[in-house]
Design a protein around this ligand. Structure first.
Ligand SMILES: C[S@@+](CC[C@H](N)C(=O)[O-])C[C@H]1O[C@@H](n2cnc3c(N)ncnc32)[C@H](O)[C@@H]1O
Length: 311
């Protein structure tokens, strides 16, 4: 049987041609720039129901970008799925996408979990992936590229899950010179990308705090499957977490407003203990100048991320 041929239109409407499955090119889904259209129900209704057998064939024979495409298609269908049977089929296909990603990276994952790949070699390997594919590649290798299909209910001031970029995470690790054994804390850790990378690339003792149980469980499971004992997770609201004296605190926009002020206040209280031998850092979005005098910017921002030395 011939492999599936696919084409990507510049308009980012993907067209599938699967020999023996569909004879005519068929618009399967909107991907990437199509996402903002999700809110327009009339347009959403115009998206055809995906042919799950074709998508499964693509998962079985395709690469990482095919899996990303299928995942996007599943999400579009999930948003408007009605019956239990339809949801069960989509969930099963979503599981197949995750399993295919783990299988595709099995050799590298084995090297990571048996410790045969040094931190520096893994860093070089990730750095060498072309920038446009790097984040998805890293997330597939970590086993966290495909978040749960159900989105949690929106809560005022709290930001929903989006993984931070590899470039920002390594910028935080490099500019704080996070060293093996030092403590890294990600507040609002989601699926654990920053936590796992701090453990893997810097050798840090790394902890993530996440309020959403589904994300927390997936992060714990992903770290366990990779044999990452130095990456640990707690399912707790950051507003109630125990004071931490981590060397580097990382926050990719988990919350805003009063919640942000309260959590930062708690962090400063934890930091005002006996004199420390080492400088502490906060890696966060750019904060209002002068609002937190204990924080002194280090270098310039990298996209959303500003590193602050914490006096
Ligand atoms: C933008 S995501 C960042 C994910 C992760 N830090 C990363 O860089 O890949 C923000 C995360 O913060 C979590 N979050 C929001 N409010 C929180 C709170 N009060 N306590 C703990 N986690 C929270 C969300 O559930 C979400 O997973």
């Amino acid at each position: 049987m011939q492999p599936p041929q696919k084409a990507v239109c510049p308009s980012s409407v993907r067209i599938l041609r699967l020999p023996g499955v569909t004879r005519r090119p068929k618009v399967a889904a909107l991907w990437r720039t199509g996402w903002p259209l999700l809110g327009f129900w009339r347009l959403l209704d115009a998206v055809p129901t995906p042919d799950l057998a074709s998508l499964r064939a693509l998962v079985e024979r395709g690469d990482g970008s095919d899996r990303a495409f299928v995942d996007g298609t599943i999400r579009l269908a999930w948003a408007r799925a009605r019956g239990e049977a339809e949801r069960a089929s989509l969930l099963e296909l979503h599981g197949a996408v995750q399993a295919a990603a783990l299988a595709a990276h099995a050799a590298l994952r084995a090297e990571i979990s048996n410790g045969s790949l040094s931190r520096h070699a893994l860093r070089r390997l990730f750095d060498d992936v072309p920038a446009t594919r790097r984040d998805h590649f890293v997330e597939e290798v970590l086993g966290i590229a495909y978040p749960p299909l159900d989105e949690p209910e929106a809560v005022p001031e709290l930001i929903a899950y989006t993984p931070s970029g590899y470039d920002e995470i390594v910028h935080a690790l490099d500019s704080t010179e996070l060293a093996p054994g030092e403590r890294f804390l990600d507040i609002g850790s989601g699926l654990g990308k920053a936590v796992m990378l701090a453990a893997l690339l810097a050798g840090a003792s790394s902890v993530g705090v996440e309020r959403d149980p589904a994300l927390h469980e997936r992060a714990e499971g992903a770290a366990r499957l990779l044999g990452l004992r130095e990456a640990r997770f707690a399912c707790v609201d950051a507003q109630e977490m125990a004071p931490s004296d981590a060397d580097v605190v990382f926050m990719y926009l988990p919350f805003t407003g009063g919640t942000l002020s309260r959590v930062l206040q708690r962090l400063f209280e934890a930091g005002s203990g006996p004199l420390r031998a080492r400088q502490r850092f906060l890696c966060a979005a750019v904060l209002e100048p002068g609002l937190y005098p204990a924080l002194v910017p280090v270098g310039s921002p990298k996209l959303w991320l500003q590193v602050y030395a914490w006096r």
